[in-house]
Design a protein around this ligand. Structure first.
Ligand SMILES: C[S@@+](CC[C@H](N)C(=O)[O-])C[C@H]1O[C@@H](n2cnc3c(N)ncnc32)[C@H](O)[C@@H]1O
Length: 300
């Protein structure tokens, strides 16, 4: 029997009633100790970077190294340097924030999240120069401009299920417009997101995993570029589903190795639910229904 609160998956009707904060907390506030059992030690909950996009040369053979490569890539891409002020939109458990201040000498790294567990985790770490706020990226207002921005794995939560393309682009344009207000001219914004690839718009709407990530809708590459066009120049783009496929394989292996602990602490339903979602996601990348994109934008 589980000794923690049992996990009950939402049905689609409940998922559709959630607001933005509730939707994030439904997925991410599932006990940081649970995620720590199968993510890397820094708790990166997004695709790692395993190889060079052009040469294909391997950068990592294990999850921890591939996640460190990913974090370093984004800090380079956003040009985070000694003295920088960085914002991380959807900062998770703070891996980027920590490395920005300790590894790069950034003076201030601000993370936004809608997950209370993630905020509590970062607050407890008390990394000097790091601040985390439980604030919606669509409401946040900066007191002072930032030199650089990074956002990894949050963009997928911005548009709503069944939104037509023009509405999705309007939501993305609003997001990029807000980012432009927070950033100095010429500042870099490094963005990582899952995208739809070999999938029609109708299919993408019908197959949304609404009970896993409620109130979310993945973009197509073209929608991201269209949303950014007014406020940012696109400087660089890499796109390859293999990064997420390898990441999911590593998570699934870790997850299965922890079956007994997970079932004892949180119940069989939670084990099955998360394993099914991880397997389903891996298949989507293997079949190239989804891909993983990394954009570097320059504030106009
Ligand atoms: C998949 S996690 C990625 C976390 C982290 N960037 C990483 O790579 O480990 C998505 C993150 O986006 C945040 N998020 C989603 N929508 C948001 C919004 N509108 N405002 C602020 N944070 C948001 C969630 O709270 C969560 O921290």
């Amino acid at each position: 029997m589980a000794d923690q609160a049992e996990f009950t998956p939402a049905d689609v009707e409940d998922a559709r009633k959630m607001d933005r904060g509730e939707a994030i907390q439904y997925h991410y506030d599932n006990d940081t100790r649970f995620f720590a059992l199968w993510l890397d030690k820094a708790l990166n909950y997004s695709s790692a970077r395993w190889f060079d996009p052009l040469s294909g040369a391997q950068l990592a053979t294990d999850l921890a190294t591939a996640q460190r490569e990913k974090v370093q890539y984004h800090l380079d891409a956003a040009k985070v340097e000694r003295g920088s002020r960085l914002m991380d939109i959807g900062c998770g458990w703070g891996a980027v924030l920590n490395e920005a201040v300790t590894g790069r000498g950034a003076t201030y790294a601000l993370g936004l999240t809608l997950s209370e567990d993630q905020k509590a985790h970062i607050d407890a770490k008390a990394w000097p120069g790091v601040e985390v706020r439980l604030e919606d990226a669509f409401k946040f207002k900066a007191d002072e401009p930032f030199d650089a921005a990074i956002s990894i794995g949050a963009f997928e939560h911005f548009a709503k299920p069944n939104m037509p393309t023009d509405e999705k682009i309007a939501v993305y344009a609003e997001f990029f417009g807000r980012m432009a207000e927070h950033l100095k001219q010429g500042a870099r914004f490094s963005l990582q997101t899952i995208v739809w690839e070999d999938v029609s718009f109708e299919w993408s709407n019908e197959t949304l995993p609404e009970t896993i990530f409620p109130q979310s809708s993945i973009p197509y590459i073209e929608e991201v570029i269209a949303g950014a066009a007014q406020t940012f120049r696109l400087q660089y783009l890499e796109n390859d589903p293999k990064h997420y496929q390898l990441t999911l394989e590593a998570w699934i292996a870790n997850f299965k190795a922890q079956r007994e602990t997970i079932e004892n602490q949180w119940g069989e339903e939670k084990y099955r639910f998360f394993l099914d979602y991880l397997r389903y996601s891996r298949l989507a990348f293997t079949r190239r229904k989804n891909s993983l994109s990394r954009f570097v934008f320059l504030r106009r």
